[in-house]
Write a protein that binds this ligand. Sequence first.
Ligand SMILES: NC(=O)c1ccc[n+]([C@@H]2O[C@H](COP(=O)([O-])OP(=O)(O)OC[C@H]3O[C@@H](n4cnc5c(N)ncnc54)[C@H](OP(=O)(O)O)[C@@H]3O)[C@@H](O)[C@H]2O)c1
Length: 270
Amino acid sequence: MLKKTRHSSQVQSVLVTGASRGIGSAFARALPQDCRIILTGRDQDALDRVRDEITLPGREVSIVTADLALAADRSRVIEKGLTADLDMVIANAGTGNYGRFLDRELSQHQTTLSVNVEAVVELLHSLLPGMIKRAKINQRRAAAIVVGSTAGFVPVPYLATYAASKAFVLSFCESLSAELSADPVDILCVCPGATETEFGSRAGFSGGSPPGAMEPDFVARKALRAVGRRRTLMLDPVPAPVLAPTALLRATAAEIMRRAIDVFDRGRSR
Ligand SMILES: NC(=O)c1ccc[n+]([C@@H]2O[C@H](COP(=O)([O-])OP(=O)(O)OC[C@H]3O[C@@H](n4cnc5c(N)ncnc54)[C@H](OP(=O)(O)O)[C@@H]3O)[C@@H](O)[C@H]2O)c1
């Protein structure tokens, strides 16, 4: 269904959220050597370390320290992105709380929604128009990679808010991919399964990573290669064979919905 349209090796200017560790820092390492990169996260020291690791002669790497749960900080990140002539945004930052829904403070669930949902919607709504406009002028393609999760495909007890936030991200990206299919922009929702990062321990899960957990570098490299080639990338050896057909069905449904709405809503201008 999707044309082979773009390869991420063409990217020139990228914003990566959640770049201080885990999958986000792996994205930063995997990006082409000659592109400009904005790293954002809360942990200044960790961001500095990632910057030191990826800085090369002639490469511009900048940092915005920001808490994406806070509206003012999200605005600062967007402001920086708007001045950077971005052609790729990687909305990777994510958080969750393991445990019974009622045993966690409401504020913890709200933080999950702000970081995993609100920040993604705000970033894409603010940054995509300029990215698409530049792509048209320069006859190139822009891209947004949003990191979802296999948890977006299934309800997950003890991670109820997190799984629901990733279901939002998945549906949002699938709709957006179909809606923007005539524009020079590729939207990719990457849905990893268990990956060897600090996510689980930070979420309060004491069990460690399950056997077969992926390396963050593997996830980032696979995601960058999939840009322009797929709309949803499922990366999990266990549920992928079961869930992958679902992803295809959902992408097809999104296209059918778009075409049906295009036909019936004569008042809507593109
Ligand atoms: N690890 C897995 O098994 C797994 C599986 C599926 C999907 N994912 C998704 O992968 C993405 C990356 O997670 P990870 O595994 O790399 O976890 P991680 O090692 O815990 O990294 C999470 C990143 O998100 C940032 N972040 C969290 N809360 C933030 C906030 N309030 N404001 C700004 N940045 C914030 C962190 O920044 P600071 O450290 O600077 O606070 C960090 O850079 C997330 O969207 C996660 O849901 C992970």
